[in-house]
Structures are given as structure tokens and as C-alpha cells.
Write a protein that binds this ligand. Structure first.
Ligand SMILES: [Zn+2]
Length: 348
């Protein structure tokens, strides 16, 4: 009991490295952000620079929280892309220049002198939603984030699952439509090629070019390149038929992928994050309809499908959950763990 209380009193630093912004926050053991700081990611200047700016953001977050770095127990960092988290390395991050094999944990640990742990950003958000958001009280949860692409995270039997090469995050590249649009990954008909940001916008543009009546074109003064998923969601809310159709089509493809994941992972709750998830019933109704029509052996009724709750905070609070979790495993050596920093040496 005392140990549990001590853990709650601890504070952590959560860092969320995004394609646009780096956010750092000091987070207490109950998920409250006590102070935070932002820096532009400047992805075009490279991942190493972003890591340096992350450490700077962390220092000013601590200052704003009125804390010294010595008072902070551990640092968690969420990074978009493929990682070797045990080594604290970014293998590749598509949004960043010069992102191949860039150390993340070591430079931050050296700058702050605090134990530092890294993980894929969607896995981090999954930890956050599981601990403090839509996945609270569930032991089996799958999460996806809808944005430029689709990322995924899974907690099964109460444990985060990342796969042998941490590939679960790449769930957006499962094939949904054999002859579907080509994807940046080299495959065809990937989930994210059908439901990612560009695919949503492209669907609206195609309908406009076919001459379908919609207020969307006027709203962007016929500069169709300025259409955004948020604008489509807003137009659907206003009753725009084309916007509603776009979301229904996207919702159907999302539903197919979600039904597949429900068959595979048997989650109790399926959490959908990312901006477009806020499109509400116009997206969720076609998703639910499709899942009900397709999920039978593991029935749709066994899984709640809900929007994420933490919004933009999921990255920072989730990174604090990562920090707390990994620190607990470091100080309890009995619980051998894949992310432990000195795990490589233990076999020698
Ligand atoms: Zn793909």
C-alpha cells in the first residue's frame, strides 16, 4: 500500500514528438499535467535536432511546473515511426529528415540526467487512454489513431502488445481492398490508403469534380486542395449530403478493418483517436453498421467502439504512463522486461 502511494506521488516527464510540434509535460501519478511546454518539431531539420529540442522542452516544462529535474522520476517519449524501443532508437520516422537509426533515449537521458524510455507514439497514446481515458477498467483494448495515416496500439490481457519488430503500430498497412489505391508503403489497398487524411479529401474532390452538389466547394472558394477532413466533418454536421456520403464510405472501410481486428484480438473496447474521430455519428454510425454486419464469430456486441477521450493530451500523459511503467520494472529486477535498459548485458 505504501509503495502504491509512493508511486502516485511520483512525477514524470512525458514527451510527445509529433510531426508539427514537440510537447513536453510534467505529469503526476494520477495523470494531471502540472506544467508543459511546446517547441516546433521542424521535422525538415532532422530527428537529431528534434531530440535536442525535446530535451529543451522538457526543461522548460519542469520550470513551469515549479520543479527541479531531480524531483522527476523518469521520462517517457512517444516517437512517430518504427523504433527499437529497448535500445531507445528510432529506426525510421517518415515525417522527419535524417531519421534512420537515430538515438532518442540516450541524448535525452544525458541532457536531463533522468532515466528515459521511448516507444512508438500510438503505443504511448494507447497506454494513456488505457490508464486515464476511454480504455480505463478494460484489460483488452485496441486503439487506432486516424490522421495522415492509421496507427494502432493493443493492450491484451492487461499488457501492451507491440510485436517482434514493434510492428503492431503499422496496422494501417493491412490490405482491405485487393485492387485498392496504392499506398506509400508499396502495397495496394492498405487500410490507410483508403481511410487516411488524403483518401478522405480525395473522395470529396472526386464527388465535386463529378458535379455533385455540395457547399464544400464554395467554402474553400473552389480551391479544392484546401479541403480538410475537419471541413468535411463540419459540413456533414450541417447536413451536406456529399460530406455525409464521404464519411459513410470512409466509415465502411474503417468498419471492415475494425471488424478484422475484433476477430483477431477480441478486445472489450475499441478506441478511435485522431481528429476525424470527432466527426461523431456521421462516421461512427457507418462504422458500427459495418462491424455489426461483419463481426460474427467474435460478435460486434462483445466490443464497445468509442472515441478517444484524452485528445491532444494522450501523447504526454501516455508517455508519463510509459515512464512510470518502465521505471517500476527497472527497480523490480525480478520482473524481467523487454524494455529494460540493461537487458542486453544480463545474459553475459
Ligand atoms: Zn500501406
Amino acid at each position: 500500500m505504501e509503495q502504491a502511494e509512493a508511486q502516485i506521488r511520483r512525477v514524470y516527464l512525458g514527451i510527445d514528438i509529433g510531426g508539427t510540434n514537440i510537447r513536453a509535460g510534467v505529469v503526476d501519478g494520477s495523470g494531471h499535467i502540472l506544467g508543459e511546454s511546446r517547441q516546433p518539431s521542424l521535422a525538415e531539420t532532422g530527428m537529431r535536432q528534434a531530440v535536442e529540442r525535446s530535451a529543451e522542452a522538457a526543461m522548460s516544462a519542469a520550470e513551469r511546473a515549479g520543479m527541479s529535474l531531480q524531483q522527476i522520476s523518469a521520462v517517457g517519449v512517444g516517437v512517430p515511426g518504427v523504433l527499437r524501443s529497448r535500445e531507445g532508437m528510432c529506426v525510421y520516422s517518415p515525417n522527419f529528415t535524417d531519421s534512420r537509426n537515430v538515438p532518442i533515449a540516450t541524448p535525452i537521458r544525458q541532457a536531463l540526467d533522468i532515466p528515459t524510455f521511448v516507444l512508438n507514439d500510438v503505443a504511448v497514446q494507447t497506454l494513456g487512454e488505457h490508464q486515464y481515458g476511454a480504455g480505463q477498467d478494460y484489460s483488452h483494448m485496441v486503439m487506432i489513431t486516424l490522421g495522415t495515416g492509421i496507427g494502432g496500439g493493443a493492450i491484451i490481457d492487461g499488457e501492451l502488445r507491440i510485436g517482434s519488430t514493434e510492428g503492431f503500430a503499422e496496422v494501417g498497412h493491412m490490405t482491405i481492398e485487393p485492387n485498392g489505391p496504392f499506398c506509400s508503403c508499396g502495397n495496394q489497398g492498405c487500410w490507410e490508403a483508403l481511410c487516411g487524411r488524403d483518401a478522405i479529401v480525395r473522395r470529396a474532390i472526386t464527388k465535386i469534380q463529378r458535379g455533385e452538389k455540395t457547399a464544400i466547394a464554395e467554402m474553400v472558394e473552389y480551391r479544392l486542395g484546401s479541403i480538410t477532413p475537419a471541413l468535411i466533418a463540419h459540413s456533414a454536421e450541417q447536413g451536406d449530403r456529399v460530406a455525409i456520403e464521404v464519411l459513410a464510405e470512409i466509415g465502411q472501410y474503417l468498419g471492415i478493418g475494425i471488424a478484422n481486428l475484433i476477430q483477431l484480438y477480441n478486445p472489450e473496447v475499441f478506441v478511435i483517436g485522431g481528429g476525424i474521430a470527432q466527426a461523431g455519428r456521421w462516421l461512427f454510425e457507418p462504422i458500427l453498421r459495418t462491424v455489426r454486419a461483419r463481426a460474427h464469430m467474435v460478435p460486434a456486441s462483445t466490443c464497445r467502439i468509442v472515441p478517444a477521450q484524452l485528445g491532444d493530451d494522450a501523447g504526454v500523459t501516455g508517455a508519463s504512463v510509459l515512464a512510470a511503467r518502465e521505471l517500476a520494472r527497472l527497480v523490480e529486477p525480478a520482473a524481467a522486461h523487454p524494455l529494460a535498459e540493461d537487458d542486453e548485458d544480463s545474459s553475459s
